[in-house]
Design a protein around this ligand. Sequence first.
Ligand code: NAD
Length: 366
Amino acid sequence: MADGQGAVGEVRIKPDRLHTFTMAICRADGSSEQEAKLVADHLVLANLFGHDSHGVGMMPHYIQNTGTGACVRNHHAKISRDNGAVIVIDGGAGYGQVVAKEAMDIGIERAKKNGVCVVGLTNAHHIGRIGHWGEQCARAGMVSTHWVNVHGHKSLVAPFGGAEARFTTNPYCTAVPRKGKEPIVLDFATSQVAAGKVRVANNKKIQMEPGLLIDAAGNASTDPGVLYNAPYGAILPFGLHKGGGLAVICDLLAGALTGGKTHSPRTIKEGTDIINNMLSIIIDPASMGGTEFFEDEVENFITWVKSAKPQPGVSEVLTPGEPERARRVDREKNGVPIDATTWQQLIDTARKVRLNDVDIPQMADA
Ligand code: NAD
């Protein structure tokens, strides 16, 4: 049941209830208890961190894809190529929340043994917020960097200087563990915005900021509908030629190097499939400058960085990962805001998987 009204057209749901509801939908759709828990853990944490584009709003898409077979329930990661410190893991279109976790488990174990492990995860269904995988490695004391591409659906992001989309939002992440503290987690889409944020704006029927989107003619646009109504426009890459270049590198490393395939006419489909490939490099600090040195230098440097006088209007210099944790504190306390369209889509999805009516929260109960 919805726990309260937020802003107009929005409900606020306590995280544990959102978790129970998400898990119940996944279970009713045929996922195992463990799979449903991993999916709900991941999506609700994305909401708590403020990345609603990668939160429970993905559930209708996931259930649509389990229905078509584009996402395979109860599937596990399989090593398809094993060179010790370099491994390729086939996701088999299984739930990304399951196969990416399993791939990181294997990569962490190998990195502890060899000092480093390069993991190519191929053909995983949507692996969600990439920071989740960096955080898993950081919890094990590992530094990790992750390069991701996306295929299986239409192109969304224009290359730098292009008026037409040629790839998708290709995320990049690096996570650095800290002794006794939360890790540094830099995690972003190489597009100006994640596609899910355009979806959320489209659901909310609000315009986006200038500088993020172009229409089908390549002109600047603030209308999220350019991604949903033909003739399609595109999202711009972030950071001009530098971000545009990073987006290209993500496709080359995650798609060409791992064997998972790039986003191109060979892999583009017109449906709702969403396949991620990820190149992860997992490094044990003990194998390089030594753990003690590393931990001390990280603290030394981060303290130095954060000591910079903030610019006018900025309260504090933050390190990557801090904004997400601040949002989590707020949302744990005040509930997760879900826009009305997304909430209705979740309820419709619950009905679709024939979740018992008494387990379906109603907006009217707010
Ligand atoms: P974003 O633009 O919000 O950037 C987030 C990053 O910037 C975080 O590391 C955050 O800590 C840091 N940051 C933000 N404000 C900061 C500040 N003031 N000081 C210091 N650091 C700051 O992220 P995004 O591009 O919208 O991506 C959202 C999520 O979408 C990410 O988790 C990404 O992995 C995910 N994503 C996934 C896919 C996929 O195919 N699976 C595709 C695209 C994006």
